[in-house]
Design a protein around this ligand. Structure first.
Ligand code: SAH
Length: 226
């Protein structure tokens, strides 16, 4: 299935809103760490419901926030979430971003990058649109060390790339980024039921759920264009 088919279906089912709720717990820490200044132009790669572009505009005072997503229904949903003319959502593919070279100050992506059919090419495309000194804040829950996400591919028809923490650093460097940092952002808000509620469909024990959310959380890799 193509990205467009898969995620148009998700949007039609309202799953963009559900992802916003789940991802906001950790995405907001990554967003607030971005060195965005007034006047900047920022991009959200795989923008879904559009929350990150709205936040970068409202809280970080970006001059222009552009969400790029390959699913037209996601873009339509994101557009309906704001009437701020400085927040735009465009249909586009990670491998051919509809943006000029050196035009973007900072880029963000949450739970989207690993759907790129060719993630190395997607990184090279990001390095193209970012100005020297520009940053890419890449947040994922699907990576090797987070073994709780190991079987996610079974439920999704788009091919996903599962890199380790070291592979994220290495691939960023091969694409021309310096890696400014990498960390796991814990999700301190998702409610964890008492031990008596386990096993659940997702977790064998309370300890496992604690590890998944409070310890693994979300992997953030920060690349800087030299
Ligand atoms: N960032 C949002 C949405 C995550 S879902 C959030 O945190 O909730 C992943 C999104 O990335 C989907 O909306 C999907 O359409 C988009 N996407 C995946 N692969 C893509 C590609 N190759 N090009 C453009 N968009 C893509």
């Amino acid at each position: 299935m193509s990205v467009r088919e898969e995620f148009d279906e998700w949007a039609a089912a309202g799953r963009d809103q559900g992802m916003e709720e789940r991802h906001w717990n950790t995405a907001r820490y990554a967003l607030s760490a971005m060195p965005v200044e007034a006047g900047d132009t920022v991009v959200d790669l795989g923008s879904g419901s559009g929350y990150a572009a709205r936040a970068l505009r409202e809280a970080a005072d970006a001059d222009r926030a552009i969400g790029v997503d390959g699913a037209p229904a996601m873009v339509a949903s994101a557009r309906s979430s704001t009437d701020d003319p400085a927040v735009e959502f465009v249909v586009g593919d990670f491998h051919h971003l509809p943006l000029p070279t050196d035009a973007i100050d900072h880029a963000f992506s949450m739970e989207a990058f690993y759907y790129a059919a060719d993630p190395e090419a997607a990184l090279a495309e990001l390095a193209r649109i970012l100005r020297p000194g520009g940053t890419f804040y890449c947040a994922v829950n699907y990576w090797t060390e987070n073994h709780y996400s190991a079987r996610w591919q079974d439920a999704i028809d788009v091919l996903m790339t599962r890199w380790s923490e070291a592979e994220y650093r290495q691939r960023f460097e091969e694409a021309g980024f310096s890696v400014a940092g990498q960390l796991r952002i814990p999700d301190t808000e998702t409610e964890i039921p008492p031990a008596s509620a386990f096993p659940t469909d997702d977790f064998d024990s309370r300890e496992a759920m604690v590890e998944r959310y409070r310890e693994f959380g979300t992997l953030l890799t920060v690349g800087v264009v030299p």
